[in-house]
Design a protein around this ligand. Structure first.
Ligand code: PLP
Length: 374
């Protein structure tokens, strides 16, 4: 993680910490015993059951997969069959590139829509009046930084408009586990278990499906089209999670109460340090539980002020990141996507600055980071 100056920052923006080898070893020994390495082996099945129990989902309604992006692809393929005639996808300009990649992979033409300036996401009320809605076969809702959208409102949107909705809540697993959020029946949710997320296993993902028929289709879509027989009932990819990743995921779940406590401590510590600095300035700090534990953001109020803050942090050897860069449309690969005017996307992209955030970030460093801002 180097800055353009070539200087290694004193405090990096992220420093993932997954379970230590000793915690994973008992699960690896189970793999030695079963000699099952993938294909929905016992560790994957048990991990799905543990997560499903925690979230109030039935068997095979929490599905482990190879990555958050594959979870999105699987969820999209599952709803795709319900609206095969419409190939337009409406998605927010402000999100991580994986959303556009997943929709494009599933054959949709993407059209970027601006986000709400207050909650940084698509607005289910405003979207009802979108002129392209009757051509849309998919709305891809993104939960930025894990900030959860109103899932019940999206369920209602989908029911009333007839347009399938998939939620990219890649970073939200800690918030789901904490609050036991009610999952809407017809709106699949995709999560990431990437190392940089609050709950990680290296590379991994989860699809959460409140509807059993959709869950079967999602399962098939990431298993070559197979369900319980080796007969491909729909086009499918290989998006399965391996037993090795499931081993790490179990160990992560075993230790997650402690890890979540650490995410909390980092967020609380930033808030305490920031409390003094924030007064009579246009800045605002965002942290868990409003966001996923793995993010602390500083909103400078304006792009110019945020740039000033960022430069000051760089001078002090503190790394920061605009996690969604300039939004999807700012990436060369997606520059030519159809798009509405994206005023809110553009200002949020230049205002929401990712601050260093990792479980063992010392309180003294947090104090130094906030001091460098002021
Ligand atoms: C991390 C992330 C993804 C991608 O997840 P992977 O597990 O890296 O494939 C997609 N969308 C959002 C919002 C993310 O934060």
């Amino acid at each position: 993680m180097r800055h353009m100056t070539g200087i290694v920052p004193r405090i990096p923006v992220a420093r993932p910490a997954l379970p230590r080898a000793e915690a994973v070893l008992p699960y690896l020994r189970q793999i030695d015993a079963t000699r099952t390495y993938s294909n929905h082996g016992p560790l994957v099945a048990e991990f799905e059951r543990r997560i499903g129990d925690r979230l109030g989902l039935g068997e095979r309604q929490a599905l482990a997969c190879a990555s958050g992006t594959m979870a999105l692809v699987g969820a999209i393929m599952a709803v795709r069959g319900r609206h095969p005639d419409k190939s337009l996808c409406l998605l927010p300009g402000y999100c991580f590139v994986a959303a556009a990649a997943a929709a494009g992979t599933c054959g949709y033409a993407c059209h970027l829509v601006d986000v709400d300036p207050v909650n940084w996401a698509l607005d289910p009320v405003a979207l009802r009046d979108h002129p392209l809605l009757d051509r849309a076969g998919l709305v891809l809702v993104v939960a930025p930084y894990g900030r959860l959208p109103d899932l019940a409102a999206w369920e209602l949107f989908s029911r009333e408009t007839g347009v399938p909705v998939v939620v990219d809540a890649a970073a939200s697993l800690d918030l789901f586990l904490e609050s036991g959020i009610e999952l809407p029946g017809s709106v699949p949710v995709a999560l990431s278990l990437h190392a940089t997320k609050s709950f990680g296993c290296g590379e991994g993902g989860l699809m959460l499906l409140g509807d059993r028929a959709l869950a079967e289709d999602a399962f098939r879509s990431l298993n070559f089209g197979y369900l319980d027989t080796r007969v491909a009932m729909c086009p499918g990819l290989n998006g399965k999670m391996s037993e090795y990743h499931a081993a790490v995921a179990h160990a992560e779940l075993d230790g997650f109460e402690e890890k979540r406590g650490n995410w909390r401590r980092v967020g609380d510590s930033y808030r305490a340090a920031f409390g003094h600095a924030e007064a009579d300035r246009p800045w605002r700090l965002w942290s868990t539980p409003e966001l996923s534990g793995s993010y602390v953001l500083c909103d400078g109020g304006t792009p110019d002020e945020t740039t000033r803050l960022r430069n000051r942090l760089v001078e002090h050897g503190i790394e920061t990141r605009f996690w969604y860069s300039g939004g999807i449309g700012g990436e060369p690969a997606y520059r030519d996507l159809a798009s509405d005017p994206l005023h809110n996307t553009e200002t949020l992209s230049a205002r929401l600055l990712g601050m260093p955030c990792f479980v063992d970030l010392p309180d003294e460093d947090i104090g130094a980071i906030v001091a460098a801002l002021t």
